[in-house]
Design a protein around this ligand. Structure first.
Ligand code: 7TS
Length: 412
């Protein structure tokens, strides 16, 4: 973590999020489900409203003024996102619907064409279903195999096992950067080095890292990286696939149609330049523009500061949750994790706990968090999860702990 991180002025920035003032039966909402989706600040809501009020038009199609304004804003949104993650330019930034679609894009456009019997895709045991199910099914269709890097007893990625599992048969390594269940921060840059030593590609699932910490694709040397706008102060309906330019250039399109073509005859078609080759049809115009506004918002706060704030809350929550000895927290120790804590309270199902917390206006997630195989490894059918973001406070963690005390008493 950066030494220069400064405390966030949380009290002030909460004013940007009117939803945080909601009360249920007179009790102020405590929103701790940020790993599922984050709340949206006023400047991002304004960016969407401005677009529809001032320059709503289809892009790349009209020479009228509105279409030109929309096209410029939409294209510049790619530049803004490229800058946010240290990519080389808009050619490397494809707008999709979400992380899930970004993964499917690569799995279909690259995997279906390039994988075959004898090839291996190496994943981790802690993959979200978005990556696990996608590669599992593409492997089935192509005759390739999926292998899974295990976790250590402490709930980290087993890098010794990774070095053994990644071989010359490996074509793709796909790993989650920050686990949405364990909260561990995986050394994906190191994994990329191992993958490249064996001429395999590295895909980083950055759904829980780009929103929460500084991420630089060149530092990581990832070939592909995916994330979702709705987890980083942006709207739903926008995700990003980053790909190295030469890799994307060599790939076939994923969806066919308008926008993605250069020349069409009755016999054949040729493809538009990057990134438009992968953005068929009317794209995510207002969402993309709003995502750029979200990048501005986060950069103004400073991603090192966001990272530090979340790490402090996660450590505090970890310490407080384990005070009574009847809560099992999954993943590494409190001082070495991203901003989330998944746990189980002895004798209380996670769904019941979540429902009791809801009575105190504390919103958490309960279930398998789209990591069913990982929950099998952990020996749990479900878990409760509190996930923090830039607007959460230590007092809100206290509210979580008090609500868990209520549950403890109810089930005693
Ligand atoms: N990868 C990770 C690590 C995630 O946490 C999620 C969403 C995804 C991929 C998929 O993102 P989407 O935007 O395409 O849906 N994770 C969660 C979660 O933990 N609770 O709700 C969604």
């Amino acid at each position: 973590m950066s030494q220069q991180a400064q405390p966030l002025d949380v009290e002030r920035l909460r004013e940007d999020f009117p939803i945080l003032d909601r009360e249920f039966d007179g009790t102020r909402l405590v929103y701790l489900d940020n790993a599922a989706t984050s709340q949206t600040p006023e400047p991002v809501i304004e960016a969407i409203a401005d677009y529809y009020r001032e320059y709503n038009a289809n892009v790349h199609r009209g020479i009228h003024q509105l279409s030109q304004e929309a096209s410029v804003a939409y294209e510049e949104a790619h530049d803004r996102v490229a800058e946010f993650i240290g990519a080389d330019g808009r050619e490397e930034i494809i707008f999709t619907k979400n992380t899930t679609e970004s993964m499917n894009l690569v799995a279909y456009a690259w995997g279906l064409n390039e994988l075959g019997p004898g090839d291996e895709v190496v994943l981790t045991e802690m993959e979200h279903h978005a990556s696990l199910v996608t590669w599992q099914q593409i492997a089935k269709r192509t005759g390739a195999d999926c292998k899974y890097i295990p976790i250590t007893d402490e709930g980290r990625l087993d890098m010794d096992a990774a070095r053994e599992l990644i071989t010359d048969d490996t074509e793709m390594v796909s790993a989650v950067h920050v686990s949405n269940t364990l909260g561990c921060i995986n050394p994906v840059g190191e994994l990329a080095d191992v993958a490249h030593d064996h001429d395999a590609y590295m895909f980083v699932d950055a759904a829980q890292s780009v929103p929460n910490r500084p991420v630089d694709v060149e530092d990581l040397d990832a070939d592909f990286l995916a994330f979702s706008g709705h987890k980083m102060c942006g709207p739903t309906g926008i995700g990003v696939l980053y790909g190295k330019r030469h890799v994307l250039e060599a790939m076939e399109p994923y969806l066919y149609g308008g926008e993605m073509i250069r020349k069409v005859t009755f016999e054949d078609s040729t493809w538009n330049e990057l990134p438009w080759k992968f953005e068929a049809g009317t794209p995510l115009i207002s969402q993309g523009i709003a995502l750029a506004a979200a990048c501005d918002y986060l950069d103004d706060l400073g991603m090192e500061n966001v990272e530090r704030h979340e790490a402090e809350l996660a450590e505090y929550a970890h310490d407080r949750l384990t005070e009574h000895g009847d809560v099992e927290v999954y993943g590494p120790p409190g001082d070495d994790r991203g901003g989330l804590v998944a746990f189980n309270l002895d004798g209380v199902h996670a769904h019941d706990l979540s429902s009791i917390l809801n009575d105190s206006a504390v919103a958490i997630r309960a279930g398998d968090h789209c990591t069913q195989p990982l929950h099998d490894v952990l020996g749990a059918t479900a878990s409760a999860r509190a996930s923090f973001y830039l607007y959460n406070t230590h007092k809100e963690v206290d509210r979580l702990v008090e609500a868990i005390d209520d549950a403890r008493q109810l089930f005693a």
